[in-house]
Each structure stands twice: as C-alpha cells, then as structure tokens.
Design a protein around this ligand. Structure first.
Ligand code: SF4
Length: 257
C-alpha cells in the first residue's frame, strides 16, 4: 500500500485542476491581434496568401475571421509591418458567428453572449451533457483533440460532459469536418435521432466555414441553414481547452430573457 502512495506522490496530479487558467506555450496560435497601424503601400500579402480568404482588407483596415482561419500563421510571417500577431489565448469559442471576426485595433477576448443562449440549455444540461460526435468529412485532427478532452489531463467528464455512442442517448451533436455530400444525410439522420431539446456544436474551422474546402462541390452544408448553432469552436485542429471552456460557458450561461 505504501508503494502505491509513493507512486501517487511521485507522479503528482495528473489533471489540470482549474481548466480555465492554464497558460499555453507562446508557440500556440490562438486569438490574433491586429495592430492599428498603416500597412506598407500596395501590400496585400496577408490577403493574397491566406488559403481560406479569412483576411479582409478594406481601406487599410484588416480583419481576420477565426471561423475561416486554419491557423497556418502565413499572414503573421508575411506581414512586413508585423501588424498581425497570434496570441496564446485559447478561449476563442463563442455562440455568435460574428464574434469570430477580429478587427484591426481590437484587443479583447472573443465575446460569448449569455443572453443568446436558450433557457433550456442551462436547466437541462447545466449538470450533465452527453454528446454524440459526427465526423462529417473530417480528417481526424479535430476528432483526435475531442478524444483528448476525456483523457486524464483535461478530464471533461468531471463536469458531467461526456461522449456517447448513440444519438438516442445524446443531448446534442458535435460536428467536425466540412460536411461532405456523403455525410449530409447521415448527419441529418443522427440529428433527428437525438431527443429534444438538443444542441449543435461546430467543432473546428472546417465545420464552421468549410475551411480550405469551402468552395468544393463535394460539400453539402445545407444542414447548417436549418438550425441555430449553439457553439462555434474554431481551430485547426481545435484545442481541448478551447472546447471545454466553450461548452462550460454554454451550459452555465443563464439568459436574462
Ligand atoms: S493564419 Fe489564418 S488568416 Fe492567417 S494566412 Fe493562415 S489561414 Fe489565413
């Protein structure tokens, strides 16, 4: 028995005690900051080299859409004035699509709006949330990170949040991948099998916007036009801390309305 205690003491704590406070290394690309300063004359390097059209530049004002960004870092590397910098802020999940657009001169966290959360989400899922994951043409990058959410390190299960195998046992679906033609119908069948009330989470840039496949004729994203999306979790791939903190914001939020 003493040997067991010794092993536990040697190994220390395996989980992150406070999921909202870890600091990720500077190399991690999270929320960008676009400094308000003039671009070099005629330079459009960021816009022209972005693989997903995530950057828009209007009258010298640059904005970056995290729902389209695949976090390749090219815009930061190619900018001759060092105007764009990625921070290690991983709390970038939100319930409003427009909040994912970072504008020049702004330096604040990505806004989550509790007043836009349906009342039943807190009352039904505040203590327990079971999710069914649907990989709708994903490349296993986001799916791997979602798996990591339940390992001993991130331990999402301690908040009552867990994965289930059947949509019949789920409270909502988590979609990864750009939603291919082949996965459009299975996605709809899975969603229909989840009992009401239910939530939809888009996990990863490809689920949010199609990412690098956005213009592909092999996609069928019409599912997303039919329902309200409850949470957008950007990243390519997303980080487990982004996902877990986003879900906690969603299920703990109490709308005033
Ligand atoms: S980091 Fe994002 S915004 Fe910048 S070039 Fe890559 S995809 Fe585009």
């Amino acid at each position: 028995m003493f040997e067991t205690f010794n092993i536990l003491k040697r190994n220390g704590s395996q989980f992150i005690p406070d999921i909202s406070s870890p600091t990720l290394p500077p190399i991690f690309r999270g929320r960008p900051i676009i400094e308000a300063k003039p671009c070099e004359e005629n330079c459009r390097a960021c816009e022209e080299n972005c693989p997903t059209d995530a950057i828009t530049r209007e009258n010298q004002n640059v904005s970056l859409d995290l729902g389209k960004c695949v976090f390749c870092g090219d815009c930061q590397l190619l900018c001759p004035t060092d105007k764009i910098k990625f921070t290690n802020d991983y709390k970038i999940a939100t319930n409003k699509r427009e909040s994912l657009i970072v504008h020049e001169g702004e330096n604040h966290s990505i806004v989550f709006d509790p007043d836009d959360v349906r009342n039943e989400i807190h009352s039904f899922f505040g203590q327990s949330l079971k999710l069914r994951q649907v990989s709708a043409g994903g490349d296993n990058a986001d799916e791997n990170e979602l798996n990591a959410c339940i390992n001993v390190n991130f331990d999402m299960g301690r908040f009552g949040i867990d994965w289930v195998a059947s949509p019949r046992h789920a409270d909502g679906i988590v979609i990864t991948g750009p939603i291919t033609q082949n996965m459009a119908e299975p996605l709809q069948i899975c969603y229909d099998a989840v009992p009401n009330p239910k939530i939809i989470i888009l996990a990863g840039t490809h689920a949010i916007s199609g990412g690098i496949f956005a213009s592909s004729s092999a996609l069928n994203r019409s599912f997303l036009d039919k329902y309200k999306i409850d949470l957008y979790v950007p990243g390519f791939p997303l980080h487990p801390l982004t996902f877990i903190n986003g879900i906690l914001n969603l299920i703990k939020a109490k709308s005033k309305s």
